[in-house]
Design a binder for this molecule. Structure first.
Ligand code: GLU
Length: 478
């Protein structure tokens, strides 16, 4: 290897470097900086499951980064390349993410080294239950101490198994359902959790485009309408973000990058059609209404307005950062830009909406689900009809007045219909998520624009988050 080559840091080192850059601008008491940065503990478990006539051994992790507030929170990832460095980096990001969006949790993350596509549903259930058992018996799954959620390779189905496994082991825990989030609605989940991270990306971009100064900082103009967007990864997050941005905000998805290559069309791709093609064929190759490019990652460098990396960490690194053309990158994945690439992009003037904010929609709605489970009642159940009755009073009164004023003053039927309908759980979840994404963005941008020594949103996000974690430690007297 060339002695002058710059080594790319590991994922955890990357997160630490970014943390350090922000901490250097803060006035933290001696020692507290280290206390916040380090990962409190990482538990490694190796367990056997008898499958296809023989025992197979699996390796899993649950890392707890910070317990300044409990429970700690963070997903469980199923992927072959899961390792300790990665879960520790992801757990640290969870600490900062939760602080930034004011979800009252410390940070944690779990992972199992497995390719879920190699196992059938029954096998996955047995593996998941066994992993959950190992974690639960060490309080690494517990409604009051550690609450997992879905991440790459896991979803509602796995969360339902984990919830059930915990309930079997804790038969008298009335709050058992709150031991994990991202469950299906019929098993204690909440409406809108599956779409939440992608929805959060949309709300983040909407909020960004409400601030002319920020749009100008990225060298862009106007609104989301007509913006050319490149999305990497059409998994749960990328799919929902692309679907909402194109379907509701008029953005054009000009490229979709997947495992087996990329699709490109300057006219804009039909997200739903591409998604269902991938479901049926396992990849993008062969899709008719676009140009197929075998070297998928090369499209990260495509000319576009917004780049959304929504897949793996480290995809924008020292090898390609210089060639990235997008003026605005929103990190829907965790850690898609390495610390070195971040330096290069900042120097180029690229605006980066950082992961700890951009993909926080998932944990935000997880927070709502956890609260719902602890309160044992669905959001809106008490208020909805009462709200409708009060709205009806106003409508009746307006109709009485408009009867006197003539037809030109009568209420339109669409207004009546929309106004009279009380909010259901999904609307309340979206409202809470929108409010959270707006509030967190405003906290970040106040630091970004308010301090001369802060020139990017990531450093601003770290400063806001670390300040909150520090305040919590200080309040405890640590
Ligand atoms: N795995 C998701 C994340 O990285 C969600 C975590 C959660 O809901 O607890 O943010």
């Amino acid at each position: 290897m060339d002695g002058t080559a710059i080594k790319e840091p590991s994922f955890r080192e990357s997160v630490d470097l970014m943390f350090n850059r922000a901490a250097a601008l803060m006035d933290l008491p001696p020692g507290l900086e280290d206390k916040i940065r380090v990962c409190n503990s990482t538990y490694t478990v190796r367990f056997g499951v008898k499958l296809r006539g023989k025992i197979q051994t699996f390796t899993g992790y649950r890392s707890v980064h910070s317990e300044h507030t409990e429970p700690v929170k963070g997903g469980i990832r199923y992927a072959l390349n899961v390792n300790q460095d990665e879960v520790e980096a992801l757990a640290a990001l969870m600490t900062y993410k939760c602080a930034l969006v004011e979800a009252p949790f410390g940070g944690s993350k779990g992972g199992l080294c497995i390719d879920p596509r190699e196992y059938d549903e029954d096998e996955l259930e047995r593996i998941t239950r066994r992993f959950a058992y190992e974690l639960a018996k060490r309080d690494l799954i517990d409604p009051a101490q550690n609450v997992p959620a879905p991440d790459m390779g896991t979803g509602e189905r796995e969360m339902a198994w984990i919830a059930d496994q915990y309930a079997r082991m804790n038969t008298s825990d009335i709050n058992a359902r709150a031991c994990v989030t991202g469950k299906p609605p019929h098993a204690g989940g909440i409406q809108g959790r599956v779409e939440a991270t992608g929805r959060g990306v949309q709300y983040a971009l909407r909020e960004f485009f409400r601030h002319p100064e920020d749009i100008a900082a990225a060298g862009l103009t106007g609104t989301l309408e007509g913006k050319r967007v490149v999305v990497q990864g059409l998994g749960n997050v990328g799919y929902h973000a692309a679907k909402f941005l194109s379907g509701e905000d008029g953005a054009k998805i000009t490229a979709i990058i997947e495992r087996d290559g990329a699709l490109h069309s300057e006219d804009g791709l039909d997200v739903e059609a591409v998604y269902s093609w991938i479901q049926r064929h396992g990849g993008v190759q062969g899709y008719a209404d676009a140009t197929y490019i075998e070297n998928g990652p090369s499209l990260l460098e495509a000319d576009c307005d917004i780049l959304i990396p929504a897949a793996l960490e480290g995809v924008i690194n020292l090898t390609n950062a210089q060639r990235i053309k997008a003026p605005l990158i929103i990190e829907a994945a965790n850690g898609p830009i390495t610390a070195g690439a971040d330096d290069i992009l900042r120097q180029k003037g690229t605006v980066i909406i950082p992961d700890m904010y951009a993909n926080a929609g998932g944990v935000t709605v997880s927070y709502f689900e956890w609260v719902k489970n602890l309160s044992h009642i669905r959001f809106g159940r008490m208020q909805r009809r009462q709200e409708e009755a009060r709205h009806m009073l106003i409508v009746k009164e307006l109709e009485r007045l408009s009867d006197k004023l003539g037809d030109a003053w009568s209420l339109t039927s669409t207004f009546k219909e929309q106004y009279l309908r009380g909010a259901d759980e999904l609307e309340l979840v979206r409202s809470g998520l929108d409010d959270t994404m707006r509030g967190a963005y405003q906290a970040m941008r106040a630091v970004w624009h308010g301090r001369d020594d802060v020139t990017d949103l990531r450093t601003a996000a770290y400063i806001v988050a670390v300040e909150r974690v520090a305040a919590s430690y200080r309040a405890k007297g640590l």
